[in-house]
Design a protein around this ligand. Structure first.
Ligand SMILES: NC(=O)c1ccc[n+]([C@@H]2O[C@H](COP(=O)([O-])OP(=O)(O)OC[C@H]3O[C@@H](n4cnc5c(N)ncnc54)[C@H](O)[C@@H]3O)[C@@H](O)[C@H]2O)c1
Length: 404
């Protein structure tokens, strides 16, 4: 009997697998059918480093997109990049400005430059009437973000910021839980994340040099943690911030020696490798935040969203990858009893990067709102900027966001 039951389970499992695979194929055919191939979106890549690879793979998965040009400041880099990705016929330039001036038939650009070149490149592209997919972090300073948004407003074009973790089903579940009212009115949030050893220097110093990175862990991965919770609660306006930043790991030559990297990276290190802050948000909400590229700790803690009816615990997650790797738990009351509801992990298929590109292309083609609008990420940037200003001042400061 037991054998028969096992065989039955195995058969059911196989049938389910076959069913899922047929469903996946059906979904693919359906998606491809929905794409209007008569309208091709012409895009260019600005900055041909590591993240540009994910953009190109995303565009190459769109049958209605043509990559027509690429630019990089490093001579030969854009050309080698296009060759590596089989992008035939793409015109090559050695700066964003040269590309934008010469290309008269472009619909959009992907800006994949290091952080300090986000604002100038985005402004050049928007001023030329192009739609822009700009990598995260939005900019380095709040002032720059405001300048980009003024150019966006004047252009009437789409500006979307590259936060692909938002497309993960588990991340979306966090927002759905808050929206359902299950937690009641939110009053306290703890968020952040970090790596024990994870200063991003595998491809050189562009993340750690002040002139290229501009901001460190705070901008690189902190922006994701902030987006995770702020997007979930509808991006309330930040009001004040008390921030702290440090750089004890990044400036220590021994760190790099231990990691098998050049010790001289320590002398390039001009940004933060750890940041913490206490932020007051509109609506009486407080946000307790910390982020690390390196620390003597496994994790700086789970994300917690506390409301008057319940609280949500999101186990410490690699927020920068858009993953929740353990089930989330809601702590609430049922019939006056304190109970917990476990939210199982939702398995989703397909690359988040490809989804990010597809949603941008759809917005460009169909004149839809930006998938990740600058009006939200402005608040993310205002907090990052405020943490840096407050850390330098050594006290709590107001966050003032100019009208755009
Ligand atoms: N969304 C994500 O998951 C993700 C992941 C990694 C990096 N990023 C972001 O992408 C950006 C780039 O990261 P990366 O790892 O590719 O950096 P990188 O240093 O490897 O590449 C950046 C490239 O931009 C070029 N560049 C700079 N200014 C330019 C200009 N004005 N015109 C043309 N080219 C220019 C540089 O020469 C360099 O080759 C960073 O802001 C980073 O935060 C996002």
């Amino acid at each position: 009997m037991a054998d028969l039951a096992d065989e039955g389970k195995e058969l059911l499992g196989k049938l389910k697998q076959q069913g899922d695979s047929i469903l996946d194929k059906f979904k693919m055919v359906q998606t491809e059918k929905e794409i209007d191939l008569s309208r091709v979106v012409k895009v260019a890549i600005i900055g041909c480093g590591w993240i540009a690879e994910a953009h190109v793979e995303g565009y190459q998965a769109c049958p209605d997109v043509q990559i027509v040009a690429a630019a990089d400041l490093v001579p030969g880099k854009a050309e080698a990049f296009c060759r590596r990705y089989g992008i035939k016929g793409a015109r090559i330039y050695e700066s964003d400005e040269a590309l934008i001036a010469a290309e008269k038939d472009l619909d959009a650009v992907s800006i994949c430059t290091y952080n300090t070149q986000h604002a100038p490149c985005a402004i050049h592209a928007l001023n030329a009437g192009l739609n822009v997919l700009l990598e995260k972090p939005f900019t380095v300073t709040l002032e720059e973000a405001v300048a980009v948004m003024k150019a966006e407003k004047a252009s009437g074009k789409i500006l979307s910021i590259g936060f692909q973790p938002r497309l993960d089903a588990n991340m979306q579940m966090i927002k759905k839980i808050v929206a359902s009212g299950e937690l009641g009115e939110i009053y306290y949030i703890q968020t952040g994340g970090g790596r024990r050893r994870g200063i991003p220097t595998p491809f050189g110093t562009s993340f750690i040099d002040q002139s290229t990175g501009g901001i460190g862990a705070l901008g690189d991965i902190g922006c994701y943690s902030l987006d995770l919770v702020l997007n979930a609660i509808g991006y309330p306006r930040p009001l004040t911030v008390s921030g702290y930043t440090s750089n004890f790991f990044g400036t220590n030559p021994q760190y790099y020696i231990n990691e098998g990297q050049p010790a001289e990276y320590a002398s390039h290190f001009g940004v933060d490798d750890f940041a913490a802050a206490f932020v007051r948000l509109e609506g009486g909400i407080v946000l307790d935040f910390r982020i690390a590229w390196a620390m003597h700790l496994d994790t700086p803690g789970d994300t917690i969203i506390m409301g008057k009816k319940g609280a949500l615990r999101v186990p410490s997650t690699e927020c920068w990858n858009g993953t929740v790797d353990k089930p989330m738990v809601i702590y609430h009351e049922i019939a006056g009893e304190a109970v917990e509801t476990v939210i199982p992990i939702i398995q989703s298929s397909g690359s988040l990067f490809n989804k990010k590109i597809r949603s941008f292309v759809d917005a460009v083609k169909d004149h839809l709102p930006a998938p990740v609008p600058s009006s939200q990420i402005l608040y993310n940037q205002a907090i990052i900027d405020g943490i840096n200003r407050s850390a330098r001042a050594g006290r709590e400061l107001p966050i003032e966001i100019p009208e755009i």
